[in-house]
Design a protein around this ligand. Structure first.
Ligand code: NAD
Length: 246
């Protein structure tokens, strides 16, 4: 059986790096994207040029019906799924909690938490259907344990929910040969900062990081792909910080 992996939000940034590295590690990769079909096709082309196999699939992980379609498409086109990286995530924009709209918080939790849970639910069903086990890696954030006051309080709370979900679900399904792990990146050089209205954030925070620099998407991907691999077979229900010491 080929190892089929779904990476959500994989058209750029950390998700794209995970998709490329996972393909190099032998996974057949479904590159999920929200809007940027050209970017997703670019990631697929990079994977194919390196000798791997990949498929771009549009789906909004904030919508349950899209997630159903994502899994159905991937299983039909690529085969049984045995890996999922819940990478898609949004901050909801920069600012204090007091200034944040309730609707924004709803969008953040629907994407970062409920969408991640629904993807995990369908992944578990897929793993159980083929009976060969499986692995889920949830992309959290160091914000989960820092709170991110005055910047991303709601986002940080959503990532704390992700960490607790990783711990609980990991324990719940461990005896079935299914692992659930997390990676918590520190500030990483991606477009998320510009999208959040704070393109200068990486340069500004670098001096506060013990290693005196922000992370690169490839450095986060290394950890995620290792957690997906048999080398991490005794690791579950835990989240690894990849943050230069932050
Ligand atoms: P990014 O904005 O470059 O990438 C996120 C991707 O998710 C985008 O391609 C976006 O289109 C996609 N996405 C957003 N909502 C979606 C939805 N509803 N359905 C499908 N796809 C959706 O950001 P990134 O930095 O690469 O972020 C990847 C993950 O890493 C996120 O979960 C983020 O919270 C986390 N993270 C990032 C940093 C950082 O500093 N960059 C730090 C800690 C954690």
């Amino acid at each position: 059986m080929e190892k089929v992996l779904i990476v959500t939000g994989a058209s750029r940034g950390i998700g794209a790096a995970i998709a490329r590295q996972a393909a190099a590690d032998g996974w057949v990769v479904a590159v999920n994207y929200l809007r940027d079909a050209a970017a997703a096709a670019g990631v697929v082309a990079q994977i194919e040029a390196a000798g791997g196999r990949a498929l771009a699939v549009q789906a909004d992980v904030a919508r349950d019906e899209d997630i159903e379609r994502l899994f159905a498409t991937v299983q039909r086109e690529l085969g049984p799924v045995s890996g999922l990286v819940n990478n898609a995530g949004i901050t909801g924009g920069l600012g204090t909690f007091s200034a944040a709209e309730p609707a924004t918080m709803e969008r953040v939790f629907r994407t970062n938490v409920l969408g991640l849970m629904q993807c995990s639910r369908l992944a578990l069903a897929a793993f159980r259907a083929h009976g060969q086990g499986g692995v889920i890696v949830n992309i959290s954030s160091t914000a989960a344990t820092a709170g991110s006051p005055n910047e991303y309080v709601g986002y940080a709370a959503s990532k704390a929910a992700v960490d607790t979900f990783t711990m609980g679900l990991g324990k719940e399904v461990a005896a079935e040969g299914i692992r659930v792990c997390g990676v918590a990146p520190g500030t990483t050089q991606t477009d998320i900062h510009a999208t959040s209205g704070d393109a200068g954030r990486p340069a500004r925070v670098a001096a506060r990081i013990p290693m005196l620099r922000v992370g690169e998407p490839e450095e986060i991907a290394e950890a995620a792909v290792w957690l997906l691999s048999p080398a991490a077979r005794y690791i579950t229900a835990t989240t690894l910080r990849v943050s230069g010491g932050a």
